[in-house]
Design a protein around this ligand. Structure first.
Ligand code: DAH
Length: 339
């Protein structure tokens, strides 16, 4: 046999034996059988031979190619088998090992507090009402006795969309929306997000949540307000909770008050929690102002009502003893899953 052909064959077979992976095998295939491969180059030499020499040389090249191809096929099988064995070994699943747990979500403290509030008021026969977060100035201010240029507008500085539309500063906006529907009696709570141009600190956020309450019917008095809110406080903070009402001013209620609950930590003795006061403020309330009823086409001679507004975050930080309100907005799972 032609010496060069013999050498190509022997060297290739030796290399194939040492080949460790499929990439190397492919490289070798190209180097020998490819367009510019060593064996292909030999074929090109045919033209330099005499017509008599050609058939024998052609036959030799074919033989060499056949045996190289067979050896390559064998190498491929050997490498594929090894790769498969390695893969199976690395993918072994031990079904006796404990399963890896998927993290499930957790209710946010705001949501937990809201669920509890809703439960209490639904139990007292209230319905849940809703209003838009992007609100007309009319419902957020005007219909609540806060006309343009009223100083109370400054206290609740907000984000204006235009002169008539604001991000609502209070869920009280839902009061007028419910009243003007004209269905009486009214007994609703309205939870939702509100916005104010406040700087972020431990007790303030430009976006927070309130739960509004409104009752309108014949013969509703301040005694109904006190009885309802006392019951609410006891259910939320415990049976021995006391409440006190401090006179206050809200443009849409008359008289108005802020309600404190006796500190559920120290039972009124004074502690860090209630800043040594023994009392903790939790909501604003009052009898619905007759002019507010009138603006929503309810006859104040026949109907009276009371309203209240609770800060949801305030309830959540109290109930779950959270020091800093900002934690409620950071969505750190390590914090959230404690409650
Ligand atoms: N809207 C008031 C505020 O954001 C809270 C409030 C006070 C609501 C008295 C009421 C109420 O319904 O009667 O500060």
């Amino acid at each position: 046999m032609n010496e060069t052909l013999q050498k190509i064959k022997e060297e290739t077979v030796a290399k194939l034996k040492a080949t460790e992976n499929l990439d190397a095998l492919n490289e070798l295939r190209v180097a020998i059988l490819g367009k510019k491969g060593a064996l292909t180059e030999q074929m090109k030499n045919m033209k330099n031979l005499t017509p008599e020499e050609r058939p024998a040389f052609g036959q030799m090249v074919n033989e060499v190619r056949d045996s190289i191809e067979a050896a390559m096929e064998e190498t491929k099988k050997r490498l594929s088998k090894a790769a498969m064995e390695l893969k199976l070994k690395s993918e072994v699943i031990d079904v006796t090992l404990p399963a890896t747990k998927t993290e499930v979500g957790h209710k946010h403290p705001n949501e937990l507090a809201l669920n509890e509030l809703e439960e209490i008021f639904l139990g007292m026969g209230y319905e849940i009402a809703e209003g838009p977060e992007v609100e007309y100035d009319y419902y957020n201010f005007e219909a609540l006795n806060i006309p343009a240029n009223h100083p109370a507008k400054d206290e609740q500085d907000t984000f204006y969309i235009n002169d008539n539309i604001v991000l609502r500063t209070q869920t009280s906006s839902v009061q007028a929306r419910v009243m003007e529907q004209g269905k009486l009696p009214i007994k609703i709570i309205a939870p939702g997000r509100v916005f104010r141009a406040d700087e972020v600190d431990a007790t303030h956020s430009p976006s927070f949540h309130q739960v509004e309450g409104l009752v309108v019917d014949e013969n509703i008095t301040f005694a109904d307000l006190k009885g309802t809110l006392l019951m609410f406080a006891k259910k939320l903070f415990g049976e021995d909770t006391k409440v006190r009402f401090r006179p206050h001013h809200f443009p849409f209620t008359e008289p108005s008050a802020e309600m404190d609950v006796s500190c559920f930590k120290c039972k009124g003795a004074g502690c860090r929690f209630c800043k040594n006061e023994g009392w903790i403020e939790i909501l604003g309330c009052g009898e619905v102002h007759p002019h507010v009823l009138e603006m929503s086409n309810i006859d104040p001679e026949k109907y009276t009502g009371f309203a209240f507004g609770i800060g949801l975050e305030r309830i959540a930080v109290l109930k779950y003893e959270i020091d800093d309100m900002r934690l409620l907005y950071e969505n750190d799972a390590r914090f959230l899953k404690q409650f």
